[in-house]
Design a protein around this ligand. Structure first.
Ligand code: CA
Length: 164
């Protein structure tokens, strides 16, 4: 078990944390498969549509990328994502995947969690990513654990994690 510092920051009374499990830990991989659970640790209900989640990585050869939601208890139809290239690369990240939720995802009530959201993305030529240099990746996490290298925003304000 890895013990990680809690970095949740209150924002308008809202507090959400990310629990992460890598879906694959190969150093070189055609896809990146982060499994995520969002937990409402605050005392107010939060519409999921107000949240965005960023997974930070280096793309290792810029190509168009595709995202798939493989499974989500809250419904993959309510989940979408975009890829953003940083204007200035940061340590472990020249890009991030930003996951968004439609209104149909509903509210994350106090104390509740989303259950698993299984994400996957690849480059359109199926060339490998190197995961080991990615800020949000950890091969040492072997069960869902709080992870502050994946960030969460509510209405644009950072409420969980540390950006690279
Ligand atoms: Ca990389």
């Amino acid at each position: 078990m890895t013990s990680l510092p809690s970095t949740s920051t209150a924002s308008g009374g809202s507090a959400v944390k990310v629990q992460y499990l890598p879906g694959g830990t190969a150093a070189n991989s055609q896809s990146i498969n982060p499994k995520l659970i969002l937990v409402n640790t605050g005392n107010v209900s939060i519409p999921l549509s107000e949240l965005k989640v960023r997974y930070w990585f280096t793309v290792d050869g810029n190509r168009p990328q595709n995202y798939w939601c493989d499974y989500a208890a809250i419904g993959c139809a309510n989940i979408s994502a975009q890829f953003v290239t940083l204007s200035t690369a940061k340590p472990g990240a020249d890009s991030y995947l930003e996951i968004s939720f439609a209104s149909g995802a509903g509210n994350l009530v106090s104390g509740a969690n989303t259950a698993q959201i299984q994400n996957r993305f690849s480059k359109n030529d199926w060339s490998n990513y190197v995961q080991t240099d990615d800020y949000s990746f950890s091969s040492s996490i072997t069960q869902f654990s709080d992870w502050n290298h994946i960030t969460v925003y509510r209405n644009g304000a950072l409420i969980w994690g540390i950006e690279p």
